[in-house]
Design a protein around this ligand. Structure first.
Ligand code: A5P
Length: 237
């Protein structure tokens, strides 16, 4: 897997600085005239803000947001938006991740937007995934895998996923009520510890009635930009 280095401030090593550096590096993948998938989460939001600044300076792009939150952010920045129904194909999507492995397999959904994120990424010619150094792992699974379920089946699906060896928790808000996704579903956070064969687990989860989508992104990301030690490492699939 070839790797390129993009320099950033060599003194900047905090997680926030790393997120900002990765977001900066993603701008090189965005060009005038393109339709850009706009990711969700603290890292993707930085990229969206930078794109907003670019638009103000004359960059001609149109965005397709992956969540209500990102839609509102992009609107506030003056980025022209399209719905998925209005586009044939998305040129490039820029998004964050919770874990990135050496094959650019991902866990996503910590922010709860995994369903629209996966739909948008799958409709894109390129998905650029951004991460600070904490996101790079040798094997997926330490971060609890988010699984989006229909509320009607959440107990049954939770039991089935437990039988696969995970510890399963329904995601709740501060109020104690279940977290509700943009599409009206609930999320089960499933701690597997290690996921040695992500494609097999992805198939098992996709085949479970009641599961709407899961946060394993397999063969979707084309480039990972990981900020580490004051540089941004570009990994290609
Ligand atoms: C949103 O649903 C997620 O997939 C995020 O992209 C992921 O959780 C990474 O978020 P941060 O950039 O905030 O760590």
């Amino acid at each position: 897997m070839p790797a390129n280095n993009f320099s950033s401030d060599p003194m900047s090593h905090s997680q926030d600085d790393e997120k900002e550096a990765a977001a900066h590096a993603s701008l090189q993948f965005v060009h005038d005239g393109q339709i850009v998938g706009l990711g969700t989460g603290s890292t993707a939001s930085r990229a969206v803000r930078l794109l907003g600044a670019g638009v103000k300076a004359g960059l001609k792009i149109r965005g397709v947001p992956t969540s209500v939150h990102t839609k509102e952010l992009a609107e506030s920045l003056g980025i022209p938006l399209l719905t998925l129904d209005e586009v044939q194909q998305i040129d490039v999507t820029i998004d964050g991740a919770d874990e990135i492995d050496p094959q650019l397999q991902l866990i996503k959904g910590g922010g709860g937007a995994l369903l629209r994120e996966k739909v948008i990424a799958s409709a894109s010619r390129q998905m650029i995934v951004l991460g600070d150094s904490s996101k790079q792992v040798s094997m997926l699974g330490k971060f609890p895998l988010p699984v989006e379920v229909i509320p009607f089946a959440q107990v049954l699906v939770g039991k089935r996923i437990s039988e696969l060896g995970a510890s399963v928790h329904l995601r709740v808000e501060g109020s104690g009520k279940p977290f509700v996704t943009d599409e009206g579903h609930h999320i089960l956070d499933c701690s597997f510890g290690q996921i040695p064969d992500p494609p097999s687990l992805a198939r098992l989860l996709s085949d479970m009635p009641g599961v709407v989508e899961h946060g394993l992104f397999i063969h979707i990301a084309s480039v990972a930009l990981i900020a580490k030690n004051g540089k941004v490492l570009a990994l290609r699939r």
